[in-house]
Design a protein around this ligand. Sequence first.
Ligand SMILES: Cc1cc2nc3c(=O)[nH]c(=O)nc-3n(C[C@H](O)[C@H](O)[C@H](O)COP(=O)(O)OP(=O)(O)OC[C@H]3O[C@@H](n4cnc5c(N)ncnc54)[C@H](O)[C@@H]3O)c2cc1C
Length: 460
Amino acid sequence: MDAAKNLPVAVIGAGPVGLAAAAHLLERGLEPLIFEAGTTAGAAIEHWRHIRLFSPWRFNTDPAAVRLLEAAGWEAPRPTALPYGGELIDNYLAPLAALPQIQSRLQTGARVTAVTRQGMDKTHIRNRDTTPFTVRVEHADGETRDHTVAAVIDASGTWSTRNPLGTSGLRAIGEEAAQDRISAPLPDVTGRDRAAFAGRRVLVVGAGHSAANTLINLADLAREEPDTRILWAVRGDSAAKVYGGGDLDGLPARGQLGGRVRRLVEAGKIELHTGFGISSIKSLDSSVTVGAVDGRTIEADVVVPCTGFRPDLDILRELRLNLDPAVEAPTELGPLIDPEFHSCGTVPPHGAKLLAHPDKDFYIVGMKSYGRAPTFLLATGYEQVRSVAAALAGDQESADTVHLELPETGVCSTDAGTSCDVPAPASRAADTESGCCAAPEPVLVGFPTGLAHGRSGTNN
Ligand SMILES: Cc1cc2nc3c(=O)[nH]c(=O)nc-3n(C[C@H](O)[C@H](O)[C@H](O)COP(=O)(O)OP(=O)(O)OC[C@H]3O[C@@H](n4cnc5c(N)ncnc54)[C@H](O)[C@@H]3O)c2cc1C
C-alpha cells in the first residue's frame, strides 16, 4: 500500500466481515473508514434475525474483533450455542460497532455507489498502482461525497441482489410486474410478516438453506393457521440437496434442518413440485399464476424467492477485476467453490494472494467474495480479512501464511465426504475436466454436508 500510506483504508459494509476487517486493520496500525448503507451494523442480518445460524458461536466471531471486545469487558457467548441472526447482532456486532475505536470510524446511512482510481478511469495504466482510490458515497444527509483512500476492502455482501425467479438467470416474464406478490428472501412468517402469510397459498422457490428455513417456519404457521398451504418448487429432479447430509453433515444443525423438511414433504404438509423451472409469472387480482418451462402452472397468493444471491459488481465497474466467469468470485477461488461441483464449505483457507485483483490494494471479501456460490462461512471470511490486513500493512509473510483454526472434533475429522467434499488446490480443481477433485485427500477442511459433487451430483 505504497500509494498513500497516510490515507485510510475504505471498508464497504459493516457486516461481520467488514467489522472484522476494521479490527484487523486497527491491530496493524492502519486506519479503517467503514461505510455502511444501512442504519446500523449488521443491516443485512437484520432481515434474517429470526433465523438460527447453523454454525455455533465459536465459528462466528473474529479473533481480532474478540480481542477488541474483551479489552472492553465483553463476555463471549457459550461457544457451542447456535445463535439466531438477531443474537449475532445484539450480542456481538452491535457491541463491536459501539466500541469507540470502531464507532468513530463507522459511517452508517452511507451507501457506496462507485469505486475508482483517483483521476483515472479503467483504461488508464500509468501510475495506477500508486494512485489512491476514490470511493463515491451517498450519505444519509442526501449529499454525495467522494472519499480518497489508500485501499479498498469490499465486504458489502450479496443480500441486496437476489437472483431472479426465472430459470435462465433472467427475471421470469412478468416477474417485475408481480413484485407486490413476491416477498423478501427470508420473511419472518411466524412473526413480523405473519399477516402476509397466514391462511395464504405460499409458494417457496429454491433449494437451499433459506428455502429449508422458510418451509419449516411455514409449517409452524400452518399448525396455527390451518388454511395456510405450503407449495415448494425446485428446479432439479429431486430435493436431495435440501435434505442434505442429515446425520453426516459436519454442522449438525444444518443436517437436522434438511431432515425436518424431508419429513414434512413425506407427511404431505408441503406440496413439492420438482423439475419446476420458472418461465413466467402472471399477476391476477390477488394472486399469481407461476408458469414452468414445461407448461405446468402453480397458483399462489405469495411467492418466496429463495433463489440465492449474486454480487453487485456495478459499483466496481471502473476497477480492473479478475473474476471467475461462472461464479463471479476471484478467479482462483471460483473453481474451489463452484456450486456445480461443491455442495458445502469445504474450501481451503485462503487470503490476500488468492483474493487479489489486477487493481492493487483492492479486495472483495466475505459473502461477496464467493460471488454466486452459496457456501460462504464466516470462519473463512475472518481468515480472509486477517490476511488482507497483513498484506496491506506490508507483512507479506503473515498474509501468505493462511490458516483456519478448526476444532479438534467434528468439523475436520469426519469421514462423511467423498471426492468433492475434499478440498482441491486451485490448479488441480481448474485443471481436471470436471472441475471436481481428482484425488481425495485424507483430511477434510471445512464443513461437509455428506453430499458430494454439488449440483452435478444431485441434478438439482
Ligand atoms: C439465513 C442465513 C444464514 C446463515 N448462516 C450462517 C452460519 O450459520 N454460519 C456461517 O458461517 N455463515 C452463515 N451465513 C452466511 C454468511 O456468513 C452471512 O451471510 C454473513 O452475514 C456474511 O457476512 P458479510 O459481512 O460478508 O456480509 P453481510 O452480513 O451481508 O454484510 C454486508 C453489509 O454491507 C452493507 N452494504 C451492502 N451494500 C453496500 C454499499 N453499496 N455501501 C455500503 N454498505 C453496503 C449491508 O447493508 C451489510 O450490512 C448465513 C447466511 C444467511 C443468509
